[in-house]
Design a protein around this ligand. Structure first.
Ligand code: COA
Length: 340
C-alpha cells in the first residue's frame, strides 16, 4: 500500500466545480422523436432527463467548470500550471481543447493537452495529472472532463440517443504530504478488441470525412449496447473489488463508490459486487444521463456541494468505456465541506 510511505508527495484534490447546460431533454421529449417510452428508458437505464448544450462547444463547458472550480478554491487562472482535458468531443481534431480552454479562462502560465479515453477519460486523465504532482515538478494541475455528446449523437437511433447528455466538471490537484489525503492507488486497463462494439467510425485518419461517411452516419457514435453492457458490469465491478483488496478495504471502509454513469443497472451491479450499501453509491444518471468524461467529477462536485464529503472520506472512482478502457482510483477526499 502506497500510503505507508510517509515521505511520499500525494496528489490531493483541493477543489472541484462543474457546469451543466440549461436545456433539458426529457424522456417525454424522446417519445416525440423516436419509438420509445419514458417507462422503457427509466427501467432499462435509470435516466429521466439529460442536459443539452445548444450553443457553443466542449471548451465552453470546460472553461465554465474550471472557472467555478477556481472560485471554490479562491485562486485565479494565472496560478494554473497544467490543464488536462478528458474528452471524446474535442472542439476540433486539433488544436487540443485544453489550449482553447487555456485561452478562454486566461490561464496565461499553463500548458495543457487532451486525453482521449472515452468514458474512462476522467479516470485516465486524473492518474496522468497525479504524476505531475507526485514527481514534484508541478503544484497546480487542473483535470477537466467535458463532453458535448449531443454533437455525435444520432437522434434517430433510439438505441443510443436516449443515453447521452452534455456536461463538464473539473478538479484541481495540489501536493500534500499527508498520507491520508489524496490519490492513494489506481488500476487502469484497456482491451482494444472492444473497438467494434463502441466507436465513431468517421472523421479520423481511417475514414476521413466524405459525402459517403456522412451518408453512412459514421460521424455519430455507434454502440452495441448489449455487448457493452455485459463487459461493463464485469469490468467495473472487478476493478473496483481489486482496488479494495489491494488496499485491504472492507465495504464498511468505503464512504462512497463514484461510478461512471452509463446505466443505473451497471452502477447498482457494481455496488452490489463490492458489498456497498446503496446509499453509498453516487447516482445522478437520472438527471444527466451519460456525460462520458464528465460523469465522475460531476458526481464529486454535486456531493461536495451537498456537504456529503468530508476530509478523509474514502472514495473509489470507477469507470468503463469505449476501447475498451476501464479503471478504478482510491481517493481520500481533501476538501472541507462548504456547509462547515
Ligand atoms: N426504447 C424502446 N425500446 C428500445 C430502445 C428504446 N430507447 N432501445 C432499444 N430498444 C429495444 C431494442 O430494439 C430491443 O428490441 P428487440 O428485442 O425487439 O430487438 C429491446 O429494446 C431490448 O434491447 P437491448 O439492447 O437488449 O436492451 P438492454 O436492456 O440491453 O438496454 C442499453 C440497452 C443500451 C440501455 C444497455 O444495453 C446499456 O446500457 N448498454 C451499455 C452502456 C454502457 O455501459 N456503455 C459503456 C460506456 S459508454
Amino acid at each position: 500500500m502506497k500510503n505507508e510511505n510517509k515521505t511520499r508527495q500525494y496528489a490531493a484534490i483541493t477543489a472541484v466545480g462543474h457546469y451543466v447546460p440549461d436545456k433539458i431533454l426529457s424522456n417525454a421529449d424522446f417519445e416525440k422523436m423516436v419509438d420509445t417510452s419514458d417507462e422503457w428508458i427509466r427501467e432499462r437505464t435509470g435516466i429521466r432527463e439529460r442536459r443539452i448544450l445548444e450553443n457553443g462547444a466542449t471548451s465552453d463547458m470546460a472553461a465554465k467548470a474550471v472557472e467555478n472550480m477556481l472560485k471554490n478554491r479562491g485562486i485565479g487562472p494565472d496560478e494554473i500550471e497544467i490543464i488536462i482535458v478528458a474528452t471524446v468531443t474535442p472542439d476540433m481534431l486539433f488544436p487540443p481543447t485544453a489550449c482553447i480552454v487555456q485561452e478562454k479562462i486566461g490561464a496565461k502560465k499553463a500548458w495543457g493537452f487532451d486525453v482521449s479515453a472515452a468514458c474512462s477519460g476522467f479516470v485516465f486523465a486524473l492518474v496522468t495529472g497525479m504524476q505531475f504532482i507526485e514527481s514534484g515538478a508541478y503544484k497546480k494541475v487542473v483535470v477537466v472532463g467535458s463532453d458535448k455528446m449531443s454533437s455525435i449523437t444520432d437522434y434517430t437511433d433510439r438505441n443510443t440517443c436516449i443515453l447521452f447528455g452534455d456536461a463538464a466538471a473539473a478538479v484541481l490537484l495540489e501536493p500534500s504530504t499527508d498520507p491520508n489525503l489524496g490519490i492513494l492507488d489506481h488500476r487502469l486497463y484497456c482491451d482494444g478488441s472492444g473497438e467494434k462494439y463502441l466507436h465513431m467510425k468517421g472523421g479520423g485518419s481511417l475514414n476521413p470525412p466524405t459525402h459517403e461517411t456522412v451518408d453512412k452516419k459514421w460521424h455519430y457514435m455507434y454502440q452495441d449496447g448489449k455487448a457493452v453492457f455485459k463487459v461493463a458490469v464485469i469490468g467495473m465491478a472487478d476493478v473496483s473489488v481489486e482496488i479494495m483488496k489491494r488496499n485491504n478495504l472492507t465495504s464498511d471502509d468505503v464512504d462512497y463508490l463514484v461510478p461512471h454513469q452509463a446505466n443505473l443497472r451497471i452502477v447498482e451491479a457494481c455496488g452490489k459486487r463490492m458489498g456497498i450499501d446503496p446509499s453509498k453509491v453516487m447516482i445522478n444518471i437520472d438527471r444527466y444521463g451519460n456525460t462520458t468524461a464528465a460523469t465522475i467529477p460531476l458526481c464529486l462536485s454535486e456531493w461536495w456541494l451537498a456537504g456529503k464529503l468530508k476530509p478523509g472520506s474514502t472514495l473509489i472512482l470507477s469507470s468503463f468505456g469505449a476501447g475498451y478502457t476501464w479503471g478504478a482510483i482510491l481517493v481520500k477526499w481533501s476538501i472541507e465541506s462548504p456547509k462547515g
